[in-house]
Ligand binder design. Structure first.
Ligand SMILES: Nc1ncnc2c1ncn2[C@@H]1O[C@H](COP(=O)(O)OP(=O)(O)OP(=O)(O)O)[C@@H](O)[C@H]1O
Length: 305
């Protein structure tokens, strides 16, 4: 499959801050990517550069095979929905009309249906919308634009659980009918874990993980049972985290595990489970810094790099 985006050795420095540090990856067409990472990891900066709203300090970026700056061919095929999106003072229907003019793939009927789903008052001025309603408006624009490359950067500030579920459901249904490349940046990892096909994890400006979600599920496991058996099992992987209780332990371990490892765990009397995506992200990012989440009775062995 042809890459929609290629990023090579991308570095972005602000005064005294390296927001992105020699990041390289590519995005293929028709996939849903989860762009994950802790606060300040560099996610927004990356999306801004890919949508020509910010400049790289060094490195190469191509979008649809071209550089994106002041490039109408690229930008007309891209949609970027930001958490802090502001709109001029006008009615919701005017905002939607303006969006329809800049996105060639815009579907008016879909926009109308989404407006009903989110119960967004079409005639109300955007200045009078609640925080959650503003987020809904961004989501409607992001979905109805059907841009071949769509970025959602934490699109749901203030959005209630029902509205978030509507977003996930509509995104998945519409993506199935109209495949495109979607990059979803979020901290609500559990909620989107079924949606994400590929994970990009950024930590302190470095790309820590670039993996298919399905592959990752088999690679990061939680193993629990008698401490000595856990010690034995974790010898074959990189231990990311461990908690102890009396003579038992529970460890998160990363490796190339196959059926033989599952048999081995059974023989050792251990319970083996796939780590949730959220757990994996937390463990990988804390294993790298060596810091366990506050209050956790944990030892983080720094085997992973
Ligand atoms: N205009 C700027 N000037 C200086 N530093 C900046 C600027 N924009 C971002 N940064 C810094 O760059 C780093 C990455 O910020 P960025 O907004 O890309 O992170 P993020 O992963 O989107 O974070 P969050 O999840 O909290 O939104 C942070 O340390 C941030 O303080």
């Amino acid at each position: 499959m042809s890459p929609v985006v290629t990023v090579t050795d991308l570095t972005k420095r602000y005064r005294g801050v390296t927001a992105l540090d020699r990041v390289s990856f590519s995005l293929t067409e028709n996939r849903i990517y989860g762009l994950l990472g802790r606060n300040g990891a560099g996610k927004t900066t990356l999306m801004q550069i890919l949508t020509a709203q910010n400049f790289a300090t060094s490195g190469e970026v191509t979008v649809f095979g071209e550089q994106p700056y002041e490039n109408e061919r690229v930008l007309s095929r891209t949609s970027f929905i930001k958490e802090s999106q502001t709109y001029p003072s006008m009615g919701v229907h005017h905002v939607l009309r303006a969006a329809s003019l800049v996105h060639p793939g815009w579907d008016d009927e879909f926009a109308q249906q989404l407006t009903d789903d989110f119960r967004l008052p079409l005639r109300r001025n955007v200045r009078k919308l609640s925080r959650g309603m503003l987020s809904s408006l961004g989501i409607i624009i992001g979905l109805a634009s059907r841009a071949p490359l769509t970025f959602f950067d934490e699109p749901y500030l203030g959005l209630d659980a029902v509205a978030r579920q509507i977003f996930y459901d509509r995104l998945l249904a519409d993506y199935t009918e109209h495949p495109r490349t979607v990059v979803l940046s979020t901290h609500l990892i559990d909620e989107v874990s079924e949606l994400i096909e590929h994970v990009l994890l950024i930590d302190a400006g470095r790309l820590l993980l670039d993996a298919e979600a399905e592959t990752l599920r088999g690679q990061v496991l939680t193993v629990s049972g008698p401490t000595a058996a856990v010690d034995e099992f974790t010898r074959t992987g990189a231990e990311l985290h461990r908690t102890r209780l009396g003579g038992t332990a529970r460890a998160t371990v990363r490796g190339d595990f196959g059926p033989a490892d599952h048999d081995r765990a059974r023989t050792l009397g251990l319970m083996l489970e796939a780590s949730s995506l959220q757990d994996t992200v937390v463990r990988l990012t804390t294993a790298r810094t060596g810091s366990a989440p506050a209050g956790a009775e944990a030892t983080s062995k720094e085997k992973f790099r």
